[in-house]
Write a protein that binds this ligand. Structure first.
Ligand code: PLP
Length: 412
């Protein structure tokens, strides 16, 4: 199990106060805090190694290139990708999905085809497919979610058919926390001759993910949700698909030869990394991967399961609260979204912030899903390696205090 108290020592921000109270950070699905090891790696890069990659013969450029490629190899091992060339650095999950949309999908979608996604996607995994299917005169289909917040797999089996070219599904919902039966979905996609893209923004940071075991074709995630910096993300793809895909961006580094008339593309992964990449943040992502690997992803997942189980129980003790998504912590990631019958989520979030408690409120970039619950906004507490049951208690005490305040204000 995790030694949470010693982990907390690695996160300088957890020592600060917010509005006079110790910070209780429960907005980890939006972005996580960064340990000293990641911050130190960033500073060390700029102080000791800074130079452009892949271009120089001088020492700093060689060091910088080695560190950059080492970080790629760390990510490769972390998700068990077969080769480093199957790991493309992008800016974030959104860019990784757009890369697939603008290259693979543009080249492969035709009129009458369909793309199958789910009703519990982040906008990042809806909007690109809306655009691409519209352009191609193809259809976009949604696998529904049942009353417990779980994907209806029998509906998935009907929606995926011989005209399905792509299944694009989240691995873990950022609103409900529900875990997609991803092996099952991959089998359905492949048996229909389709490829599958997994939005792993909420899974890679929180549980062991093995792209070869899942057998997915594409997988996307962001470093900032797993202790790493903002502005850097990953697209994993099968090398044979990447080989056949046209580039996403054109310019320096992604070419092997340019004439006045034409250009030839560089080898993988560079074909998809035009221009000077986000070198420092890629290297710091390697440090984040080291940190998580040292903890062990099974331990990370088990810690979050325990906190989530406790949070589900404690938050549901508040009578006026309705929790969305599965109530069984073993079926979900560390996300608890809820509404309070008498307090608007924004009021709740603002009042909790006065107590130093950071939660998310709003549509969580999943408007269609949140609206399907008959609300326009929800509150969300999301957990990570440094959260404790005591912080869950502070959240529940905070909700009860806001409740008392509103009851009192209403009685006046
Ligand atoms: C499931 C899911 N997909 C995609 C994203 C988009 O990630 P990013 O903003 O880093 O591109 C998020 C971010 O909250 C997410 O939770």
């Amino acid at each position: 199990m995790l030694d949470v108290q010693s982990i907390r020592q690695d996160f300088p921000i957890l020592a600060r106060k917010v509005n006079g109270n110790p910070l209780v950070y429960l907005d980890n699905a939006a972005t996580t805090q960064k340990p000293r090891q990641v911050i130190r790696t960033l500073v060390d890069f700029y102080q000791q190694h800074n130079a452009n990659v892949h271009r120089g013969v001088h020492t700093l450029s060689i060091e910088s290139t080695d560190l950059y490629e080492e970080a790629r190899a760390k990510v490769q091992r972390f998700i068990n990708a077969p080769v480093p060339e199957s790991v493309i650095w992008t800016r974030n999950t959104s860019e990784s999905i757009n890369l697939v949309a603008y290259t693979w999908a543009r080249a492969n979608l035709q009129a009458g085809d369909n793309v199958v996604t789910t009703a519990m996607e982040h906008h990042s995994n809806i909007v690109p497919w809306q655009q691409l299917t519209r352009q191609a005169c193809a259809e976009l289909r949604y696998i529904p979610v049942d009353d417990d917040g779980l994907l209806q797999m029998d509906a998935a089996a009907n929606l995926i058919d011989e005209r399905t070219r792509l299944v694009a599904a989240t691995h873990v919902s950022n609103v409900l926390g529900s875990i997609t039966p991803i092996h099952h979905l991959t089998r359905l996609a492949h048996s229909a001759g389709a490829v599958i893209m997994v939005d792993a923004a909420q899974s890679v940071p929180h549980m062991p993910v093995d792209v070869q075991a899942i057998d997915c074709d594409f997988l996307a995630f962001s470093a900032h949700k797993m202790l790493g910096p903002t502005g850097i993300g990953v697209l994993y793809a099968r090398p044979e698909l990447l080989d056949a895909m046209p580039p996403f961006m054109y310019g320096g580094d992604m070419i092997i030869e340019v004439t006045y008339e034409d250009a030839r593309w560089n080898d993988l992964p560079y074909k998809f990394e035009a221009g000077t990449p986000n070198i420092a943040d890629a290297i710091a992502t390697g440090a984040a991967v080291d940190y998580l690997s040292n903890l062990g992803m099974e331990n990370v997942q088990e810690h979050e399961r325990q906190i989530t189980e406790y949070a589900l129980r404690r938050i549901r003790e508040v009578e006026a609260v309705t929790v969305f998504g599965p109530h069984d912590a073993s079926l979900k990631g560390g996300v608890v979204s809820f509404v309070h019958g008498n307090i608007h989520p924004h009021d709740l979030g603002t009042a909790l912030d006065r107590m130093g408690i950071a939660i998310r409120t709003g549509h969580h970039c999943a408007m269609p899903l949140v609206r399907s619950y008959g609300v326009v906004a929800a509150a969300r507490a999301s957990f990570y390696i440094y959260n404790t049951k005591e912080e869950v208690d502070l959240l529940v005490d905070g909700i009860l205090e806001v409740e008392r305040y509103f009851a009192h204000a209403g009685a006046k």
